[in-house]
Design a protein around this ligand. Structure first.
Ligand code: FE2
Ligand code: FE2
Length: 162
């Protein structure tokens, strides 16, 4: 599946999804208190997605604490978005020029802007909440292709799986 089609499929699959009590307990087990607060502030859909990504990593033997924390927080700044906004972002993100325009999204296009900037903004939120340097780095680079190192490659695979 191409990456744009994969992302659209993920958006459709995520509609209305919410974390279960087990998901929340899982996040609490793997995050220190200040980072739990950041996780709780993410949209229910992103909480669900992030726990699924972190669970997948662990199922693959990738239990590294920084990697699991990065998976739990990698999209934490995205905030609320409608389905059309998420699909529009996926489509705009395919091309460098439209991706740049999406980054400027303000006003009615604010959600697009948040999506386009979310890797940096999520990293910054995590840094301010006291995440470790490596967690912040992994979040900041989680959409950089090709991934510059193996740990980041695992995070990107987890992001695509769930
Ligand atoms: Fe992301
Ligand atoms: Fe993600």
């Amino acid at each position: 599946m191409t990456s744009a089609r994969l992302r659209v499929w993920q958006v459709r699959r995520a509609i209305g999804s919410r974390p279960t009590a087990d998901d929340i307990a899982f996040a609490e087990l793997h995050l220190p208190p200040l980072l739990r607060t950041l996780f709780s502030a993410a949209s229910p859909r992103d909480q669900r997605h992030s726990v699924a990504a972190a669970r997948w990593l662990i199922s693959q033997g990738q239990k590294d604490r920084d990697l699991v924390q990065a998976a739990l927080l990698h999209d934490c700044s995205k905030g609320r978005q409608s389905v059309p906004e998420r699909v529009a972002f996926v489509l705009l993100d395919r091309d460098p020029i439209t991706a740049l325009l999406a980054r400027q999204g303000r006003g009615p296009l604010a959600a697009l802007g948040r999506s386009a900037r979310h890797a940096e903004e999520s990293a910054e939120l995590a840094r301010r909440a006291g995440a470790g340097e490596e967690v912040v780095r992994l979040i900041r680079l989680h959409h950089v292709a090709p991934p510059p190192d193996e740990r980041l490659a695992w995070l990107q695979r987890a992001d695509d799986v769930e």
